[in-house]
Design a protein around this ligand. Structure first.
Ligand SMILES: *Cc1c(COP(=O)(O)O)cnc(C)c1O
Length: 393
């Protein structure tokens, strides 16, 4: 065993020791008071994380379960929605909406770019029957951050719900639900929350709750109004993912210890660390503007086989990165810097990328890319608190 395994993927992510120990605790019963006490402790901190005064429902499913719960709980067959499609997860929204037999208006965005809010506004102006906009906060397949705040300004003036897949964004970059006028925000446990996969979280605005109450639930397992009633008793509708909730209690402590602003500042700094590092070694970030804060995608240098590069990075250096999907397969590396990842993990990953590129016969310009990356990280961390980040959102 030469190396530690360093998991720098956009989920699952490394887990802090505190969370792992919490996950190992004895089982408790999900209908008894000890569990309800944990649920009650977790709830106000989840509301803080989501930036909402509404309940945040824990669902036992992966993130896609929460996406399904949103579509099936808020819209009925034949109703119209607008879907922003600029990557794999936008496509997933479209596929879920199609499975619910919704009428879909698609706003297609070239991969690697964020949606232009005015393109969404135009479609909504043309068709007032569109009842929802489905979008990602961070489109993980490309590494783009969509302008959710701007979309909220557009949808809140209309009878149209803004439904946001925040799976790779919540806990990584700001997304205050109430302030931005988001009607449904959801996430999964294995991205920004430093937990294993298997738990999803979902919150609705008050007007979305009205819609949910008036919608015949599309499936038996996900029933948002019933789930909400159970939450009021510190329970979930079916058997709770007990360990994950116990782990969440711990990870929320860690996330909120120094305030969410500190978490976002760290994520912004890790993003600067990664982007500066890859650029200093002659590589090109795939997303030019509006890049996400938990993942950096990088073009594989011309002439190198991206799949082989990933394998060398993993086998020789123990660093596990993600590749591209579909048309981006073999063309990009996706470096996750979410969950329990810090500067030293990223520096290790950067060096592993550099050494592997050279091992495959690629070249890197002379210089000290890791030193430059570290300077950018430290400079970003020193921004005065509350400074608006340079790339929107
Ligand atoms: C990871 C991810 C998903 C899928 O979540 P699962 O937990 O695999 O179901 C959906 N959307 C985004 C934006 C993601 O990053």
């Amino acid at each position: 065993m030469l190396n530690k395994t360093r998991l720098l993927t956009p989920g699952p992510t490394p887990l802090p020791e505190r969370v792992r120990l919490a996950l190992a605790r004895d089982m408790i019963h999900h209908r008894k008071k000890d569990f309800a006490a944990i649920m009650d402790r977790v709830q106000p901190r989840l509301q803080q994380l989501f930036g909402t005064s509404q309940p945040v429902l824990p669902l036992s499913s992966s993130g896609t379960g929460a996406m399904t719960a949103a579509v099936y709980g808020l819209f009925s067959p034949g109703e119209k929605v607008l879907v922003v499609v600029g990557g794999k997860f936008g496509e997933r929204w479209r596929n879920i909406a199609a499975s619910r037999h919704l009428e879909i208006q698609e706003v297609t965005v070239p991969w690697g770019h964020a949606v232009d809010p005015s393109a969404v506004e135009e479609v909504l102006d043309r068709d007032p029957e569109i009842l929802g906009v489905l979008v990602q906060l961070s489109e993980t397949s490309t590494g783009v951050l969509h302008p959710v705040q701007e979309l909220g300004a557009i949808t809140k003036k209309r009878d149209c719900l803004l439904v946001v897949d925040g799976i790779s964004g919540v806990g990584l970059s700001p997304c205050p639900m109430d302030k931005w006028g988001i009607d449904c925000l959801l996430t999964g446990s294995q991205k920004g929350l430093m937990l294993p996969p298997g738990l999803a979280l979902l919150a609705l605005s008050s007007r979305a709750w009205e819609r949910a109450a008036a919608t015949e639930p599309g499936c038996f397992y996900f029933n948002l109004p019933k789930e909400r009633n159970k939450l009021a008793q510190g329970q979930t509708l079916f058997t709770s993912p007990v360990n994950l909730i116990v782990g969440l209690d711990e990870s929320l402590d860690m996330l909120l210890e120094n305030g969410l602003e500190a978490v976002y500042a760290k994520q912004w700094a890790l993003t600067m660390l990664t982007r500066t590092g890859v650029q200093a070694m002659g590589l090109t970030p795939y997303v030019k503007e509006r890049f996400a804060w938990g993942i950096t995608s990088v073009l594989v240098p011309e002439g190198l086989d991206g799949t082989k590069l990933l394998a060398i990075i993993a086998d020789r250096f123990g660093v596990v990165l993600a590749g591209g999907q579909d048309s981006l397969k073999g063309r990009i590396l996706r470096i996750g810097h979410m969950g329990w990842v810090d500067w030293a993990d990223v520096l290790g990953a950067l060096q592993a990328v550099k050494s592997s590129v050279i091992a495959m016969g690629g070249s890197c310009p002379p210089g000290d890319p890791l030193g430059k990356a570290m300077e950018a990280y430290l400079a970003a961390l020193e921004l005065p608190p509350g400074t608006p980040p340079p790339n929107g959102n």
